[in-house]
Structures are given as C-alpha cells and as structure tokens.
Ligand binder design. Structure first.
Ligand SMILES: [Fe+2]
Length: 163
C-alpha cells in the first residue's frame, strides 16, 4: 500500500482547495455538483487504474482532479485538453511543490485526454481511461459510441469481469 508523504499530502490539499474554489463560482448548483463529482470521481478512478497498472498513484489522483477544470471554469469544451494543461500547469507552479518531470506528466496527460481514439504514453492513457471509467459508473445508462465505447469495453474486461 502506498504511503503518502507530507509533501504529497500538502500539495494535494492545496490543489483540492483551488479546485473547490474555482468550482464554487459555477452558478448552477446541479452543474457545480456534477463538476465536483466528475473531478473527484476521475481522480479516484485514476488511483484505481494506477494501482492496477503500476503507475504513480499520487500524480494519477492530481491529474484526474485537474483534468476538466478549465472546461468547468470557462464553460467551453472545445480545445479543453490543451487549455486545461495550461491552467493545470499554472496551479502546479503556484504551489512550488512539483518537479519539472511531475509537471510534464500531469500536463501532458491533460493535454491529450480528449483524444480518446489515439494511443499515447501509459500515464496519458490512464487519464483517458479514468475519465471513461468515472462516466461508466456515474452514468451507467449513457450510451457511449466510437472510441469511448471501445475503451469502456476494455475497462469492463480489466476491472469488472469475474475471474
Ligand atoms: Fe472528464
């Protein structure tokens, strides 16, 4: 089991506070609740996937937490990967608690996360899958299509099939 050290905990708390502050400006209570559920839900799904695939759990959590923040902040979906990466980078920098390599992992995954039909590095794929897995559990009746449906099928096999 992963032990989180003090630095990891404090930067997590700082970023969670930033996320909650930004989401608090969403005027619709329903949208605010949905945004919060999706960001914290994707963060937890990212940890689950990281555990299974042997990837960094702490960075996985933070990547999920920040991945759609720009979209919720602005209400704009278009190009929210690249724009989200810029916002995430500035939040990470503001803490002064991330190395260049950690920043690149988080921002890289957020940059590419809308490109569900393409394959990127394992950590990038982790975020795309966590995004889908959260939707699968939060909205079980949603009919996914194309690359999203393909990912959902693989995730069902990886996490939900009985052995
Ligand atoms: Fe998302």
């Amino acid at each position: 089991m992963t032990e989180f050290n003090e630095k990891q905990l404090s930067r997590r708390e700082l970023l969670e506070a930033e996320v909650i502050d930004i989401l608090s400006h969403i005027s619709s209570p329903a949208e605010r609740t949905q945004a919060s559920a999706h960001l914290f839900g994707t963060a937890r799904m990212a940890v689950l996937i990281a555990k299974k695939r042997g990837l960094n759990e702490d960075l996985a959590y933070l990547t999920g937490l920040l991945h759609d923040l720009w979209r919720y902040k602005t209400g704009i979906s278009r190009e929210h990967g690249p724009n989200g990466a810029v916002l995430a980078g500035s939040l990470l920098d503001s803490t002064g608690l991330f190395t260049k390599a950690e920043r690149e992992m988080i921002c890289g995954a957020i940059y590419f996360h809308s490109e569900k039909s393409r394959r990127h590095l394992p950590f990038d794929e982790l975020l795309k899958d966590a995004d889908i897995l959260d939707r699968m559990l939060a909205e079980p009746d949603e009919k996914m299509t194309g690359a999203d449906a393909e990912r959902a099928k693989h995730l069902s096999l990886e996490f939900m099939s009985r052995s």
